[in-house]
Design a protein around this ligand. Structure first.
Ligand code: GLC
Length: 539
């Protein structure tokens, strides 16, 4: 439930995630960067988004595309310089666009000075920044295989929840916590408006304890003891308190969104509260494997019941296959309906670059074209288990997050402004993908539908702060109404493959529609949407 107290800026913000390497190259080296991103701020402003989440841009060997940070206080030369960053923030703010940055607090690159020092000098204070043991326990990495790796030139093993090149930090150590607060302060001083906290419930704040004894139906280890450790709320609250106090002292209000990995909403919900995170991502909704409007409706209802404050609404990110392929099977009408849900339902909307033109998945044709460490790791594990090359490729493709990381399809050029030599992705990308330029020139395009919805959202407080008056699903017709004071926005989206009679009160103003078939009665065609506004008399 959202109470009508003072509103925060992020409650009326439509966020747009930028995957740094793939958005816009500004210096011709084939990698997206801050210069390129700054040059596209007019585009973003025109689309109407007023918040950006940018993925890690810090110096990194990029084993996990930047989620392996080697230096928290700088910009990777591939992405530009600190000056480019400052210039970008200044220009974004000048357009009324706020910026949150991704911070990776759970682990560092094994090329980070702390880890190098920890292995080269076992007596150094940095040894206790990590977890070293003589023997591994049975914990498994989220990328597959053991979560322990032998230290280079040493006798012990160290702990890593992700790739071996991403060593987990020991959050029991106060020095680690203090150092990370310094990182947050550094970027707040440079003007960022908040943080996306990477895998924040994974922080190891209670050390290495019991074994994880259970497996799920797919044979994956259930992370009973390596995540959500005792003490995790205190750890996160220390981070959140620091950010809020430091920002408040500078007259600012920072936004904190957490990536909290859970399959049960009831486990995710406690992380969202006044002294913890402002909002958490709900992946049960965002990364659902196939389209199921019953499940979506169930999640909307459950979030209403279980979350304090606003939920998040998204169906795309750099970690999952694109909704156009995964959920909509290339059906542009269905993508338009999903856009209406993403932008009209109650919650902070997060869009992912390229979603506004309906970019589908990129399918690497062989494992040599895959950049994603998770995919490559699964490929090797499958081969080691005796699977054939083609079975191993299938497994790798299933896990491969490159699907959503192809460079933005700005125009008709084969590489859309990204040089052929890009070390990222795309050698075999087809050239018949949707293009921004084409869609801007076509008033009926998905791009224009997104722009209309974003503008509606920004112009109608009921769509930002309004609670649900109705939230129902009947034969595939999702109906909801968002009320704020005497204004009610009615939204009806037909998620069925049949036309559906629609409730169209002539006294309500039509704000936007798609697939509306006027007659006696009025119908919504499959995946059609009707958005109307009712203004009630105030007695
Ligand atoms: C988060 C990121 C993902 C990364 C992982 C490890 O889940 O979104 O891309 O691989 O953390 O840092």
């Amino acid at each position: 439930m959202l109470t009508d107290t003072k509103h925060k800026w992020w409650q009326s913000t439509v966020f747009y995630e930028i995957y740094m390497a793939s958005f816009q190259d500004g210096n011709g080296d084939g990698i997206g960067d801050f210069k390129g991103l700054t040059s596209r701020l007019d585009y973003l402003q025109d689309l109407g988004v007023n918040g950006l989440w940018i993925t890690p841009f810090y110096p990194s060997p990029k084993v996990d595309n930047g989620y392996d940070v080697a230096d928290y206080f700088n910009v990777d030369p591939d992405f530009g310089s600190l000056e480019d960053f400052d210039h970008f923030i200044e220009k974004a703010h000048a357009r009324g666009i706020r910026v949150i940055i991704d911070v990776v607090l759970n682990h560092v690159s094994t090329e980070h000075a702390w880890f190098r020092e920890a292995v080269s000098n076992p007596e150094s204070k940095y040894r206790d920044y990590f977890f070293f043991q003589d023997e591994p326990n049975g914990w498994e990495s989220f990328f597959g295989g053991s979560a322990w790796e032998k230290e280079p030139d040493g006798t012990q093993v160290y702990y890593h929840k992700f790739a071996p090149e991403q060593a987990d930090l020991n959050w029991q150590n106060k020095a680690v916590r203090d150092d990370m607060l310094r990182v947050l302060k550094f970027w707040l001083d440079r003007g960022v408006d908040g943080f996306r906290l990477d895998v924040i419930n994974f922080l190891s704040c209670n050390g290495i304890g019991e074994e994880n004894l259970h497996r799920d139906s797919k044979g994956r280890q259930i992370h009973d003891h390596d995540i959500d450790q005792p003490g995790i709320y205190d750890c996160i609250s220390e981070i959140c308190d620091f950010v809020r106090d430091y920002s408040a002292r500078r007259g600012k209000e920072s936004f904190l969104v957490g990536e909290v990995g859970h399959e049960e909403l009831s486990k995710l919900a406690p992380y969202q509260r006044d002294d913890l995170l402002d909002v958490v991502f709900n992946f049960n909704l965002g990364s659902m494997g196939s389209f199921d409007i019953g499940e979506i409706h169930g999640q909307l209802v459950a979030m209403e019941d279980q979350l304090v404050g606003l939920p998040t609404i998204f169906f795309n990110s750099h970690d999952m296959a694109r909704s156009m392929s995964r959920l909509c099977h290339d059906n542009a009408e269905q993508a338009a309906a999903l856009a209406a849900l993403t932008l009209m339902a109650k919650g902070v909307s997060f869009l992912y670059f390229g979603e506004e033109i309906g970019m589908p998945d990129y399918i690497p044709q062989s494992v040599s074209e895959m950049q994603d460490v998770q995919a490559v790791n699964h490929y090797q594990l499958a081969l080691a288990e005796g699977k054939s090359i083609s079975e191993a490729y299938d497994k790798a493709l299933e896990e491969c997050r490159d699907k959503s990381r192809l460079y933005m399809q700005w125009n008709d050029d084969k590489f859309s402004g990204f040089s052929r030599s890009t070390p990222w992705i795309g050698e075999t990308a087809p050239n018949n993908l949707p293009k921004v330029e084409e869609q801007i020139n076509d008033p009926d395009s998905l791009w224009h539908w997104y722009k209309t919805l974003i503008a509606l959202r920004r112009d109608n407080p009921a769509l930002n702060f309004g609670n649900y008056d109705i939230l129902s699903l009947e034969k595939g017709l999702l109906t909801f109404a968002r009320r704020r004071q005497n204004k009610i926005i009615h939204i009806q989206i037909n998620f069925s493959d049949q036309k559906h009679p629609v409730n169209h009160n002539p006294s309500h103003e039509v704000l936007a529609s798609k697939g509306l078939d006027l007659g006696e009665p009025d119908y919504l065609l499959p995946f059609g949407t009707l958005i109307t506004r009712e203004v009630q008399d105030v007695c």
